[in-house]
Write a protein that binds this ligand. Structure first.
Ligand code: ADP
Ligand code: MG
Length: 417
């Protein structure tokens, strides 16, 4: 049983950089768990704390039911693969994969058998006698994985193992890695900044931003039912439409989301309306993915948005259309590019930190305040007639897919987990 629990974990680097804030996670035994977030958000720091390569400033790490903060890395039965899984250049593929077993003085015949078997699973069986220098990047990463898995670790940690490979190879290898680690049954924590990798591989995803956990759930949960605007924006391609609105509770209608020149109404029996009452007269952000908008003709229903098509893009399996709708919007791409490390007082003593909760800090202002700009509504056309450039279109809104966020970027309405 190797489940991993992080309980109120903080990491402050010696220079004072507060890289991880009060992190709470429960990674279940045998799970393929992905840590996702933009570069610099603290993913590697978390992984290194789990591996024992980085000291935990405060909070507890539990491995398989015991507190492991002080356990040395080699007592954790953990294997790790990095972005550039460095190999021994003068050892063959077999020699590299065998090496951990030679250290533990395993029986050489048995060890050879194990290597052959694992090499087959990794598609390396025909290259066991080759030197790393003669292999492609993808093959070298497979060898690095083989070397990590050969000891049958109960916990397998991978830090962006595919990020130095080209896109085609990445797509191919992510399928193989997911299948392989599932077949070993090892609890796996996989770090990436690539949302597609996270969505396609993970049993569950934790999304981090600036050292803070934003959301955790299955790929479907974090995509369809995100806890925050950052998560909605980070997990979206094409970018989610984020529109600035004001919420008005109107007695006979429901909650009106005033988008400036346009509006949408959530009826009173909608589960989001209850939460929105508390935001009467306040600015909120409405999120709609490109596939929650469908061009319609026929009589207007009042639950539609209108716009003028400016651009059409062909993407093979679909077209994307961009329509000017006059609605002030929030630039979703800003969320995916921001890196803002926070500095705190250096030298927080571990004991002190354990007993002292950090002073409540003012919530950071989200960048959408003051960064309104008019952008187009993006919608998807998968089949049916395609509008012309310059055409006025009416877009039916899939109200069940509509997401509303408060001024701090938190979802308004129930988030089910
Ligand atoms: P990620 O893996 O998500 O890109 P990291 O965990 O590497 O993020 O880094 C999180 C933050 O901690 C970054 O601001 C980074 O510069 C900082 N950091 C990482 N390692 C150290 C270190 N050894 N000393 C000081 N700061 C560090
Ligand atoms: Mg990293």
């Amino acid at each position: 049983m190797t489940d991993v629990v992080l309980d109120g974990v903080d990491k402050v680097y010696p220079g004072g950089l507060h890289a991880v804030h009060d992190l709470g996670l429960h990674i279940r035994d045998g799970e393929l768990f992905v840590l996702l977030g933009p570069s610099g958000c603290g993913k590697s720091t978390v992984l290194r704390m789990i591996a024992g390569l980085e000291e935990i400033t405060s909070g507890d790490l539990w491995l398989g039911g015991s507190v492991a903060n002080e356990l040395s890395p080699r007592d954790r039965n953990v294997a790790m693969v990095f972005q550039n899984g460095a190999l021994y250049p003068h050892r063959s593929v077999r020699g590299n994969m065998m090496f951990p077993l030679q250290i533990t003085k395993d029986d050489p015949v048995e060890a050879r058998g194990k290597v052959t078997e694992l090499a087959r699973a990794l598609g390396l069986d025909s290259m066991l006698d080759r030197l790393p220098g003669t292999l492609s990047g993808g093959q070298r990463q497979r060898v690095a994985m083989g070397r990590a898995l050969i000891r049958e670790p109960s916990l397998f940690l991978m830090d962006e193992p595919l990020s130095s490979l080209d896109a085609g190879l990445r797509a191919e290898l992510r399928v193989e890695i997911a299948a392989l680690v599932r077949s070993t049954g090892a609890t796996t924590v996989y770090v990436t900044h690539d949302q597609v990798e996270a969505m396609t591989m993970a049993d569950r995803i934790a999304v981090m931003r600036d050292g803070v956990l934003e959301d955790v759930g299955t790929p479907e949960q974090v995509y369809q039912d995100p806890a925050t605007m950052f998560v909605a924006a980070f997990l979206s391609s094409p970018p989610i439409n984020l529109m600035s609105a004001t919420a008005w509770a109107v007695q006979d209608q429901g909650v009106v989301l005033d988008l400036g020149p346009q509006r949408l109404t959530l009826p009173w029996d909608d589960p989001r309306s209850t939460g929105l009452i508390h935001h009467h007269g306040e600015p909120v952000t409405v999120g709609l993915r490109a596939d929650a908008l469908t061009q319609v003709s026929g009589p207007a229903t009042g639950q539609e948005l209108t716009g003028q098509v400016r651009t059409l893009e062909f993407h093979g399996h679909e077209w994307l259309a961009y329509a000017e709708a006059g609605i002030p919007s929030v630039d979703a791409t800003e969320f995916t590019q921001r890196v803002a490390p926070q500095h705190v007082e250096p030298a927080v003593s571990r004991v002190k930190a354990l007993f002292r909760r950090p002073a409540p800090q003012p919530e950071p202002e989200l960048e959408h305040t003051g960064h309104h700009r008019r952008t187009d509504l993006i919608f998807r056309i998968i089949s049916g007639p395609r509008p012309q450039r310059g055409e006025e279109v009416r877009l039916a809104v899939a109200l069940d897919r509509l997401l509303v966020f408060d001024a701090r970027g938190r979802r308004i309405g129930p988030v089910s987990r």
